[in-house]
Write a protein that binds this ligand. Sequence first.
Ligand code: XIL
Length: 332
Amino acid sequence: ADSLRDLAARVGLRMGTAVTPFELDNAAYRAITAQQFSSVTPGNEMKWQVVEPTRGTYDWSAGDRLVDFARRNHQLVRGHVLLWHNQLPDWLTSGVADGTISDAQLRALLHKHVTDQVTHYKGRIWQWDVANEFFTDGDASTLNAGDFWVAHLGPGIIADAFRWAHQADPTALLFYNDYNIEGVNAKSDAVYTFVRDLRAHGVPIHGVGLQAHLATQYGFPYQMRQNLQRFADLGLKVAVTEADVRTPVKKDANGQYTDEPLTPQAQAAQESYWAQSLQACLAVRECISYTAWGFGDANSWVPSWFVGEGAALLYDRNLNPKPQYNALRDIL
Ligand code: XIL
């Protein structure tokens, strides 16, 4: 049978997955990554915490391994992530907290980080997530003034990060990435206005990434296709960057959570959310990639971050494809 990547190639779409190098040690996982996907995103390996664990000493080994794997398997790479408040190195956050790193020094450190990382991977990254998760949730969404970077360096730091990344690799597509902006809502409205203004000021931003961490209990995002289209109409690419569809799961006899949805209705909703989100992307010409945040339920971030929820990916614990996988294949 044709793989997801083969089917997607016929309609000009890249199917992606997040991957971490330890998963590539597993032969079965490696084979599926290569066969089913035409794009990969490092789950953690290009985050600042990982690439500069001690100040001034880079460790690119894990990211390099993934980039080499991608090249061997004719895959493109989404670089993730340059500017984010999470998974920063301890030396950086503690230095800022105890005052040994001033705001001026912090800015210089960020400039160096963005420049060195983008330069290291120059020519080998298709899309960079330059900035991640800068907006507040809820009905009055705004740029989060309490964000680590915004609080120390002001909101203009986001535009600067895009400029620095573009300088280091003028051919990489530069993305703003966020969650809960899949549908038309207050947060996606705020992001829309923000990226429109960046474009108007000539900032080199080329795309918006919708993480798409969906959950059956919250419903499917309102007007996802229209939302993708309005970003595209600004002259931007769009991408689904971290798709998964979690749901509350059953406990086993020992009280441990399983990968089994509570009801058949929940399972059906999962299949439908995967299909609908891919359909939204397929309906918008500028939607260039659809990336799942991993593919085997054993490796999903969901059970440890959303206790009691799971079954969020396309394959089960034994790496057998689930109905979700067939739901995607059926509409490709
Ligand atoms: C997650 C990883 O999957 C986990 O392994 C890690 O412990 C935390 O981060 N939004 C993002 C991703 O942009 O970087 C996050 O990845 C998931 C939420």
